[in-house]
Design a protein. Structure first.
Length: 442
């Protein structure tokens, strides 16, 4: 018996009233037949013509782009970038919204995730419901924020640099990226050919004049001779082992935060917004209020950003244990914090390393997990350590809300939550939640 092919609905168009914004940056709408659409390039309250980009007759929901605005929101503006919009670059998905509206919509997503996944109202989370810009990140009206200090370019078959289209391997060739930091733009990546390359990562460090390009060749391709508009170190990604190897120049860039310089190895993680590291360090330290002599954990510690800030505040009698899975990041963290004898960095997954340490109680915990969150098992272990305060740094509201729910069932409450717009023109948002043990009745 042969299966009957399921009819694709890609290309079908529907006129719909746009509902609320949802996690992921799209808005929810329903067709007259009751089909659920996840619509990009729309705003709540608008009436649009939506063209299906993914989905079949049997799909639970369809993905779509708003290709015509029939009744526009007062929050809509013309996207300043010529490469933004349906079927184009997949990066800046909210360029069509006013900056204030972008932050309000991000707040609505956070609130919905907190309620649905953690059972928390904004008031119960100690949050005023606002999403604020990075500290000192204010621009004159109409100016586009040039915040992206790291840009991952894709390269098409002809060697043109561009950016991926949404949920696609196709490349939107560009001649500039409006949100790229000046140091990235000055490299002139878009103005030259990159035959044989699959991708190029361009990095302009905030804490120094360091510039770096990381090349990922296509299988069997030779590296090009790199002649860019500014002095730059060049790395390559090995097609066999995925490692990042030096071609010429330093195999790292130097970033700066909280009056300390951090070495960040090629391919390592550092916050992309130039003011993000300082903004997050201040939020975490203001929430934790470290005391001299305390013991702290910095989990998923990367190159040691929060561990360094903690060590400065805990003093010679204090101690910090950092745990990080990336080998190169651990090497960088140990280098960055070598002048702190009471800081120790262990390599491995948090859920594996932490039980082996034998630590049974701590004063403070910072965790900045990957997008998927820490998870139930790790949260249960952390709650058992009795920390007086925990700072949870999150780039995904859904993962944050799930983990806050786990903390709630393990004896902790959310004291405060702050949300920061560290990714302007996109739906992404960063949060810092401060937790403390629930006081037991006498």
């Amino acid at each position: 018996m042969q299966n009957t092919p399921v009819a694709s609905l890609v290309g079908e168009e529907y006129e719909v009233e746009v509902g609320p914004v949802a996690h992921g940056g799209h808005c929810i709408a329903r067709t007259e037949e009751g089909r659920v659409l996840f619509v990009r390039h729309a705003l709540p309250g608008e009436r649009v013509r939506a063209r299906v980009t993914e989905g079949e007759e049997t799909s639970r929901f369809l993905r779509a782009d708003a290709v015509e605005i029939l009744d526009a929101s007062k929050d809509r503006i013309a996207a300043p970038c010529p490469f933004a919009g349906p079927g184009k670059c997949g990066g800046c998905d909210w360029q069509h919204a006013k900056p204030g509206a972008q932050r309000r919509l991000k707040g609505e997503v956070i609130a919905e995730q907190l309620q649905r996944l953690a059972g928390l109202t904004p008031e119960e989370a100690g949050w005023d419901g606002t999403v604020v810009p990075a500290e000192g990140d204010k621009l004159p009206a109409g100016e586009v924020p040039q915040w992206r200090t790291r840009v991952q370019y894709a390269v098409d078959a002809e060697g043109h640099a561009g950016l991926r289209k949404h949920r696609s391997h196709d490349v939107e060739v560009i001649d500039h990226c409006m949100i790229a930091a000046p140091g990235v733009t000055e490299l002139g990546i878009e103005s030259r050919g990159w035959e044989g390359m699959a991708s190029i990562e361009a990095i302009a460090a905030t804490g120094s004049q360091d510039r770096q390009v990381i090349l990922t060749p296509r299988p069997g391709a030779r590296l090009p001779i790199v002649e860019l508009d500014k002095p730059v170190s060049v790395m390559r990604v090995d097609e066999k082992d995925g490692g990042v190897h030096r071609v010429h120049g330093r195999p790292f860039v130097r970033e700066r935060s909280d009056d300390r310089t951090y070495r960040v190895g090629s391919g390592g993680f550092w916050q992309v917004h130039p003011k993000a590291a300082d903004t997050l360090v201040r939020a975490v330290m203001q929430g934790l209020l470290p005391r001299k002599g305390e013991m702290a954990l910095d989990l998923y510690c990367g190159v040691g950003l929060f561990a360094g800030a903690l060590a400065d505040r805990l003093g010679d009698a204090g101690a910090v244990l950092g745990i990080e899975s990336g080998k190169r990041a651990v090497e960088d963290a140990r280098h960055n914090l070598a002048d702190y004898p009471r800081v120790r960095i262990e390599q491995g997954k948090v859920e594996s390393v932490l039980p082996r340490t034998g630590i049974t109680d701590v004063d403070l915990i910072v965790l900045d997990p990957p997008r998927a969150g820490a998870g139930k098992q790790t949260v249960q272990h952390l709650a058992g350590l009795g920390a007086r305060r925990i700072a949870y740094v999150a780039c995904d509201p859904a993962a944050l809300a799930r983990d806050l729910g786990y903390f709630r069932t393990n004896g902790y409450r959310v004291r405060t939550l702050r949300a920061f717009d560290l990714f302007p023109m996109t739906h992404h948002v960063e949060c810092v939640a401060i937790l403390e043990p629930v006081k037991k009745d006498a």
